[in-house]
Design a protein around this ligand. Structure first.
Ligand code: NAD
Length: 505
């Protein structure tokens, strides 16, 4: 990636429908219609691989958020919450088929707005289709139970006690930029299946795929106001949504720092809160690990999505018996990774999201060197254009270093060597973090692996693989990585209340 003049999409062709979408006016979806912002503000979306502008998008104000929440409330009270399960399934299945039919455009828009490699974008779109189908199919499984009526009622007469599951209400969903469409759909799909109405606030950096999704939501025939989409700045429209007195729940994915602000804002009306926050996940490699699996697996645990991945395994604990061999393999793997525009099929590493974020990540690299860690991969960094960064590996990391404590959200791996074979000491290394999102253990000894997994305080731990997420598998954080779970049955539960009913017969 030498210095050179950037060209549109780096010279790669895109589908005519992608170009047509980028040229459209990008407004808000409120009450089933495309609406202008009240303050006339805009956000600029650019291609992180070239730095060139992609589109200008209307940015909302708190007044726009009021309009969106009011539309969602009308839709909730006006019938969506009582719409039959089969009708919700029908609409969601329709949306899934529309998304499937336009997968190429969604893939290209996601690559251009976010920078991720095309193959990953295509996979995320396919996963979104699966999520819509999965939750569309789950509407019929929303059910309560019967239980024993209370004694003061049965003392008087026969009685019946049962529970019903009801939608939480109007839900605000605030999402980050790292996998924009996936995080939006993984919140929208269970909310719609439950019978909630939604106001979605995409990230400033990646406003586009949600707007394209808005077009399909209209086409699928969802009643007006069931899904509303308002782009804008987090500190204005995001904060207005989190604090809104007529919102019943906030589902937030983003940084731990903003997660704290969401909790404080939500306190005004004690709305329900789900939080999917940051991580600093441990990867433990034991001496008997199969290196043919561990080298690519550990490398991708850190470098998948350029390290802009909440599940990233960035604290790598390697037993001294295997340390040097693993480090050699990881460094060769990292230095061999192909950087490029996400639209280029050969690309393995796309750009970081912005120049500011790249500067922040490089700050950790310089800080790691200053703190005494040894850089063994990613020695030379590209100058531009675009926000590219070669994967970096540090050895000699120590627990007190920022490299080991803070979420970097970039392609930076920190390796700490250990000598102990004591499971409690190894678990203590893995747990020495305020986060608890993901993690992995690499060994041929599955008994040891399961015992260690039982001691690691993370919401999701994998053995001989990393970041094993799936539509049906609950995902979320312990400790400062979040509250609640998404995906699977737990993801649907997060949008349901339980009501207990007792009838004296
Ligand atoms: P961020 O917290 O800066 O922003 C996330 C969203 O919150 C954006 O839409 C932003 O506009 C909005 N926001 C910002 N300030 C706000 C405020 N005061 N009130 C309401 N909303 C506000 O995060 P980011 O930089 O977009 O994303 C990266 C972070 O997201 C990382 O920490 C990463 O670990 C986390 N993440 C977590 C998961 C998970 O599932 N646990 C998944 C993806 C990303």
């Amino acid at each position: 990636m030498a210095d050179r003049a950037p060209t549109e999409f780096d010279g790669h062709p895109v589908a005519p429908a992608t170009r047509a979408f980028l040229r459209r006016a990008h407004r808000f979806l409120i009450d089933g219609e495309w609406a202008e912002g009240s303050a006339g503000e805009t956000l600029a979306s650019s291609d992180p691989a070239t730095g060139l502008p992609l589109a200008t998008v209307a940015a909302g104000s708190p007044a726009d958020m009021d309009r969106a929440v009011a539309a969602a409330r009308r839709a909730f009270d006006g019938g969506w919450s009582r719409t039959g399960a089969r009708e919700r399934t029908r609409l969601m299945t329709r949306l899934a088929r529309l998304l499937e039919a336009r997968a190429e455009v969604f893939t290209e828009v996601e690559v251009l707005d976010n920078g991720m490699p095309r193959a990953i974008a295509a996979l995320t779109v396919a996963n979104c289709v699966e999520m819509l189908d999965y939750y569309a199919g789950a509407t019929l499984s929303i059910e309560g139970r019967t239980t024993t009526p209370p004694p003061h009622v049965t003392a008087l007469a026969e009685a019946l006690t049962y529970t019903v599951r009801e939608p939480v209400g109007v839900v605000g969903q605030i999402v980050p930029w790292n996998v924009p469409l996936s995080t939006a759909i993984l919140k929208l799909a269970p909310a719609l299946a439950a019978g909630c109405t939604v106001v979605l606030k995409p990230a400033e950096e990646t406003p586009l795929s949600a707007l394209l999704l808005g077009e399909l939501i209209i086409e699928a025939g969802f009643p007006p106001g069931v899904v509303n989409i308002v782009n804008g700045r987090g500190e204005s429209v995001g904060a207005a949504l989190a604090a809104h007195p007529d919102v019943d729940k906030i589902s937030f994915t983003g940084s731990t720092e903003v997660g704290r602000k969401i909790v404080i804002a939500a306190a005004c009306n004690l709305k329900k809160v789900s939080l999917e926050l940051g991580g600093k996940s441990p990867v433990v490699v034991m001496p008997d690990a199969d290196l043919s699996l561990a080298v690519p697996g550990v490398a991708m645990a850190t470098f998948f999505l350029q390290g802009q991945n909440c599940m990233a395994g960035t604290r790598i604990f390697v037993h001294e018996a295997i340390h040097d061999e693993l480090v050699r393999g990881l460094a060769a793997f990292a230095d061999g990774m192909v950087l490029g525009h996400g639209l280029d099929p050969a690309t393995q590493v796309g750009p970081l999201i912005s120049a500011g974020h790249r500067a922040r990540v490089m700050g950790y690299v310089h800080g790691g060197e200053a703190a005494g860690a040894t850089r063994v991969a990613g020695m030379a960094q590209p100058a531009g254009p675009g926000h590219f960064m070669r994967p970096v590996i540090f050895t000699g990391a120590q627990p007190h270093m920022a490299l080991m404590r803070e979420e970097i959200f970039g392609p930076v791996m920190a390796i700490q060597r250990f000598a102990s074979n004591d499971i409690e000491q190894i678990a203590a290394l893995a747990n020495d973090s305020p986060f608890g999102l993901s993690g992995s253990v690499w060994t041929r000894d599955l008994s040891f692996a399961h015992k260690l997994v039982s001691r690691i305080r993370s919401g999701q731990v994998s053995i001989n693989c990393h970041g094993a997420i799936g539509t049906n598998i609950p995902f979320g954080g312990m400790r400062q990585s979040g509250w609640g779970r998404e995906f699977g049955r737990e993801g649907l539960d997060a949008y349901l209340e339980t009501k207990a009913v007792t009838a004296r017969l």
